[in-house]
Structures are given as C-alpha cells and as structure tokens.
Design a protein around this ligand. Sequence first.
Ligand code: GDP
Length: 415
Amino acid sequence: MAVDITTDLNKVRNIGIMAHIDAGKTTTTERILFYTGITYKIGEVHEGAATMDWMEQEQERGITITSAATTCWWKDHQINIIDTPGHVDFTAEVERSLRVLDGAVAVYDGVAGVEPQTMTVWRQANKYSVPRMCFVNKLDRTGADFFRCVDMMVERLNSTPLVLQLPIGAESDFLGVVDLVGMRALTWRGETKMGEDYEVEEIPEDMAEQAAEYREKLLETLAEADDDVMEKYLEGEELSVAEIEAAIRRATLADKLNPVLCGTAFKNKGVQPLLDAVVKFLPSPLDIDGIKGHAVNDEEKEIIRQPKDDEPFSGLAYKIAADPHLGKLTYVRVYSGKLEAGSTVVNSVTGRKERIGKVYQMHANKREEIASVGAGQIVAVMGLKDTKTGHTLCDPTNQVVLESMTFPAPVIEVA
Ligand code: GDP
C-alpha cells in the first residue's frame, strides 16, 4: 500500500558523503545503513523485526547501496543519503547533487589524508556553502595519522577543522575515541552490533593531558566562530555539553568550521558517533533558506519557495537512473508543496506537462511506494518522459523555474 510521507522536517537530514576514491565512502555508507537498520521505520510504523531478518541475511552477503538517494533512520531522525560521485570527470554531476543536499560528510583515508578529488569536491561545496563534517577513516591502517590529516585540512582545503574526537590507540590497536565535548571515552572492544553500541568509559589516564589540550583548542576555535561562546569563554564561564553542541551546530550551519570525527568504517568503530553528529550538527531542510527561482519567461522576476507543504509544488530533477526492476527513475528533490503520485505537473523548462507515475522512497533493502510526499524530501519518480537532470517540475497553476545551476564543462580525463 502506498503511504503518505509527511515528516517533521526538523528531523530530516539530506546528506551527501564525499570522498576521494578508495577513502571508504562505500564502506562508511554501508556501515551507516547497517547501524540504522534496527531503527528503520516508515512514517510512524516501526519495522524493527522485519529489518532484523533482512539484516541477518544481508550480513552474509554485504549490504550494497544501489540508489541515488537512500533513506534510513537514526534515533527518530530520517537521514536521506544522496549519492555524490567521487570522480573528477563527473564534475557536473557532483555539482548537481550538491545543489540537492543540505549537508555533507567528507570521508578521508587516515593514511593518505586530503587527496586531490576531495579538494575538487570541497571547492565545489564551498561555492554553495554546504555545511560539512569530516570523518577521518581507516585509522586501523598502518601509517594512519589523524593529526596529519587534520593539518592537511587547513593546508590543502583552507578549512577550519573543529576536532571533536581524539583516537585512542593506533593502527591495529585502534580502540575508540575520546569525545572532547562530553569528555569521555567511547570504545569498541568486541563485535559491534546494530543501533547504538559502544562502551562509555573514563578518558584513559595517559591521554588526560592531550584531551585537556584539545578540549581547550576546541573551545578556542568555537569561540572564534560564535559570539555566545566567545563571551562565556572570555569570562571564564564553563559551558555545558548542550551549549557547546548548540554552538557547534550554529557554526557548522554558517559554514564557519567543520567538525572532525574519526574511526574505521571497516572495523565498525566510530560510525555511530558519526551518525549522532549528523543529527546534531548538520542542517534540516528548514535550516536552509527558501529556494530561489524565477517566473517562467521572466528571469528578472524572483520567486522564493519555502519548504512547506502548503506552498505550491516545486521540485528539481537531479538524477535519472535505470533501476533493474522499475526501469527509468527520475530522482526529485521536493522543495515546496507536495508531490503526489498520479498527479500532473509541469516541467517549467520545457513547458510540457508530465504525469507523475509511481513515487518511491528508496531504502537499503527495499523501496517504499508513496502516495504523496512533502517538502524537503527526496524521492524516485517513475513515468517521466521528457524531464532531464536540472529541470524544474512544478504546479501547473503556480509555475516557477528553480535557480538554474551553472555547471562548468565536465572534465573528461583521457587515460
Ligand atoms: P570508496 O571508493 O571511497 O567508496 O571506498 P570503499 O568503501 O570501496 O573502500 C575502499 C577499500 O578500503 C575497500 O577495500 C575497503 O574494504 C577498504 N576500507 C574501507 N574502510 C576501511 C577502514 O576503515 N580500514 C581499512 N583498513 N580498510 C578500509
């Protein structure tokens, strides 16, 4: 049965995961889908048991993501993971997906650090001021160096990393992280399970000094970016965990700094705190300014659409993909109003009407047929004939052409 998806938008995160090839984007995404599996739900219907069965099967075979947008749930929040291509020769495609997501996680190889493709994608994300967090992955590898990677973020990306965690142990002895906000240790000693699964411990004695030093650095960097923190910092006032987290969120949304976490997706250490941070620090669709567009035939007449269900429908087609079972699917980000299966909309770029066929929300293990979906969501639509990536779909009686993206010519690398 098709369901209506209207969610509290404060609890939605549309994120992309960006990385240089081989840094661990796929593994990190798969781990996210694994951990979130247990809390998977559709609307208000919890489907824990069914998901468990699926997880057991999938654990054997490994989970693969095949969709341009995969929806999962973490602690009552809906996370839509938008696939961002990592290759430089997909520059135009990267730009298109950056336009659609609200925040991103950059994944780094702890040995290689900041690599060229990350630099390219990072610069593109700067252009749209996409709020970003960083995950230094592969800390279990020989030669991994968290601090060198953080230095490279400053040198190569000219960014302001906000170190939120310190690794405990290194390489094959990498055990967990010191959480510099909560001033505690999170460790993974055995096999990890789905859901929130780590040990909370005291910070190891031999790391106490380093943790105090980095906590101070964290507060200094945060004070530079946030007036409230600066005021309290100068007056020597203690900040609570909630106050620090709120300030990190404000500064991240303002694109003033980038929270940095670490771990190893491969050995399943560090991914759960990363999910917590996605929920805490990356924006919801409501944190993003209304999307700009213009009237059909009048580029001078600006129209702004807010992410509200009672606004006229507008959406952007950002990817067309061939699904092995469903055929051609057009991935659409709904910016305002509601998108309804079976309705007629207008493609305001071609001026032609399009009938919306079936609408799906894609999950790691299955797709969910949807009757209607509200603003801020990302879905796959069947049946569109004449719509290309970058086109606007809208309410026939209230048309708009959403802000067009200027793509640089794609860089085609000839081997
Ligand atoms: P992608 O190209 O960024 O999607 O990278 P993948 O997720 O496919 O990972 C590339 C390779 O690195 C694969 O062989 C993974 O098994 C391996 N890998 C990913 N994460 C880790 C990690 O945390 N530690 C180690 N040692 N290997 C990892």
